[in-house]
Design a protein around this ligand. Structure first.
Ligand SMILES: Nc1ncnc2c1ncn2[C@@H]1O[C@H](COP(=O)(O)OP(=O)(O)OP(=O)(O)O)[C@@H](O)[C@H]1O
Ligand SMILES: O=P(O)(O)OC[C@H]1O[C@H](OP(=O)(O)OP(=O)(O)O)[C@H](O)[C@@H]1O
Ligand SMILES: [Mg+2]
Length: 297
């Protein structure tokens, strides 16, 4: 059989990661011919195709070489690595992608007395992440029962089938609704670009490199904000010290106001209301925070 010469990316067919993953790939200049109810989408323009699958299947599709890349939660990727067995090749997390953020946490019923991992000794913990939970318990030297459930983990304590749970948390709403309290964070997760440990040595490897460069550009722009403000010459130093990370700001004179300066700064990441208020207190006014559309240094 002829070796595949087009790069193939596995992503979630329908779920939380689907829309943001597609948007990210589109921003990287990829577009696909087939409709999304098909499992396979042929890439137009670039030799990159998509396979739409259940998110749990993504790591094994990469490990088997069916796909070169996958967009999947770090929780699913790491769980696979811990449970796949030694014959499965190690996978790599190439890039964090900044969406699908959540955490894998232990939670206990409100009335459970919890002062540290040792309080889990001898308990039964329900989870869909037995590999990650067992590794954490081992690291903490705690002997507890790991009960694997495919879903609806949060209901197990109320049913009396578990004493605690280990599940994904984002807003914490599910825990509150089930009278559970978060006690330990095992893993901070987000969607990542996953791949086999060794990149393909043919033209797919070149395409992968190109894609990573585009991805880095897209991520950098997406997280950048342009901050514009006015300040006087004697407060500009204090204002500059408070600017969120990024290259040195550009200072421009303001026509007709020799004491005033216009400051322009590229910030690496969100600029919060709190930060703006602090900067204003230091002497800034007329402040604008703008998203960056494209950037070419
Ligand atoms: N509440 C949440 N908020 C944000 N991200 C989450 C949340 N819950 C899960 N995630 C992340 O999104 C990923 C996909 O979640 P989703 O609920 O769509 O998966 P699923 O039900 O297992 O889907 P599939 O049908 O593909 O198996 C999770 O593996 C996790 O990385
Ligand atoms: O902290 P929260 O914001 O409440 O989010 C956490 C919940 O989200 C996910 O479930 P989902 O809503 O996908 O339901 P499912 O697992 O039953 O599909 C996860 O399994 C938690 O139960
Ligand atoms: Mg799933």
């Amino acid at each position: 059989m002829k070796e595949r010469d087009r790069l193939r990316i596995a992503m979630q067919k329908s779920g939380r990661l689907t829309e943001p993953a597609l948007e990210l790939l589109q921003r990287c200049g990829l577009s696909f011919r087939q409709s999304r109810d098909k499992l396979f989408c042929f890439g137009e323009g670039e030799p990159v195709d998509l396979l739409l699958v259940r998110d749990d299947d993504i790591p094994s599709l990469i490990a088997q070489g069916v796909c070169d890349l996958g967009i999947v939660g770090r929780n699913v990727l790491n769980e696979f690595q811990l449970t796949a067995g030694e014959e499965s090749p190690p996978l790599a997390e190439l890039r964090p992608l900044g969406f699908g953020r959540c955490r894998l946490s232990i939670a206990v019923p409100q009335e459970f007395e919890y002062k540290g991992p040792q309080h889990l000794e001898g308990t039964r913990i329900a989870t869909s992440y037995p590999g990650l939970l067992a590794a954490w318990l081992r690291e903490k030297g705690v002997d507890a029962g790991v009960m694997t459930l495919a879903g609806s983990v949060e209901i197990a304590p109320r049913l009396g089938t578990a004493d605690a749970i280990c599940d994904l948390v984002q807003s914490g709403g599910t825990l509150v609704a089930n009278q559970l309290r978060e006690t330990e964070v095992l893993l901070e997760s987000e969607a990542v670009l996953a791949a086999a440990g060794t990149p393909p040595a043919d033209e797919r490897g070149d395409m992968l490199e190109l894609l990573l460069k585009r991805l880095d550009g897209v991520i950098q722009v997406r997280e950048s904000r342009l901050l514009l403000l006015q300040t006087s010459r004697h407060t500009v130093e204090a204002v500059t010290r408070l600017l969120p990370g990024g290259p040195q700001p550009t200072l421009l004179p303001v026509a007709g106001q020799p004491d005033q300066l216009m400051l322009q700064a590229l910030c690496a990441g969100e600029v919060s209301w709190r930060q703006l208020e602090e900067i204003k207190k230091a002497g800034a006014r007329e402040m604008f925070v703008l998203p960056v559309e494209k950037m070419l240094a």
